[in-house]
Design a protein around this ligand. Sequence first.
Ligand SMILES: Cc1ncc(COP(=O)(O)O)c(C=O)c1O
Length: 407
Amino acid sequence: MTPTTDLFERARLSRRARALRSSEIRDLLHLAARPEVISLAGGLPDPSGFPVADLGGSSATMLRDRPERALQYGPTEGDTELRALVAERHTKATGRHTSVDQVLITSGSQQGLDLLARVLADPGDTVAVEDPGYLGALQAFAAAGLDLVPVPAPHDGLDVDALAHTLDHATTPPAFVYTVPTFQNPTGATLPMTRRRALATLADRHDLLVVEDTPYADLWFDEPAPPSIASLSDRVVTLGTVSKTLAPGLRVGWMIGPRWLVNAATTAKQAVDLHTSSLGQALVATLLGDTARFDHHLAGVRSSYAARASALVEALHTTFGDRIEVDPPRGGMFVWARLPDIDTRALLRLAAEEGTAFVPGDAFAVTADLRDRLRLSFATCDPARLVEAVVRLGRALDRIGAEPPAA
Ligand SMILES: Cc1ncc(COP(=O)(O)O)c(C=O)c1O
């Protein structure tokens, strides 16, 4: 295709499509997509933890005994048995009664983010977000034409005082605040209980809707995470998913919230994909319904991730000594680190050449300066490979001062 045709084709795109940008970091990570690279960049769960045998057995039984449930069109709200299970688990976890009609099954929690942006805000409205925050949420909100209002989220999560200040001074209040309070992506931070309470109180005082995204909450290492914000206030919409606990390819997540919101999101979802995969939902219902088995599975994932996290943290300390600052995570899939005075984008280029990869901190920034930060995922590599990845990263760091910066 000639460049002229390319320009002509581009003009056909909507203004919104033209505003969407492929990220420079995605292009950089492309450099690292070679089989010999040990990548700590992706937020992928460990495939050896996928419950393959259980899924295989449940699929065979489901297709034999209840083919219509697994293969027919289904209601947009989701599989009734799965919704009931999700409502029951939420009631137990929050101590607040949750009914089935407060649950919408979504195609991953990513779809929940997109639906919330569509039904809670109009283009040009604002949404308060953690800075740094989950890139997929920032992209979903920006794609819906929302303006992001950053709220600092340092090593221990959302700065609730800063959010209060924003609310006190905003001419128009944000449509909602988006937070990942437990084992955040990218920082691994967990909001302490006092600030969870402060956030709930603030939400009640300002009639502010809190979107609490919880994909990593079950992946704690030594002790369960503090109670959710949803257990402290009614002004909370919870997003959940099985992507990090069972398998992301199932594409099954959920939104739990007030009925008026769930109804609106259901109507919006109808226009997007009619409903989430019937087979995926039926399988997830079977696996979640067997509580003892699911808990056993979770315990295995937790102990494997705990061992990997500590191997990575130890390797970083051994290789970099006091050149690195690391907050050891207490759960989730990520280590967030700082290499003072190092531009981690430049480091990524060299790291890719040395055979490893990570995500530079500024990929997750709204306005914060995170050029010396990096996010390393420990989920997909065993401890020996994590150690090797850090050795390669060490070689890249040794080169960074020795080579002139790329033009
Ligand atoms: C904080 C956060 N929310 C949502 C998602 C999307 O997950 P899902 O696979 O359920 O769409 C991710 C995925 O990495 C995430 O880190």
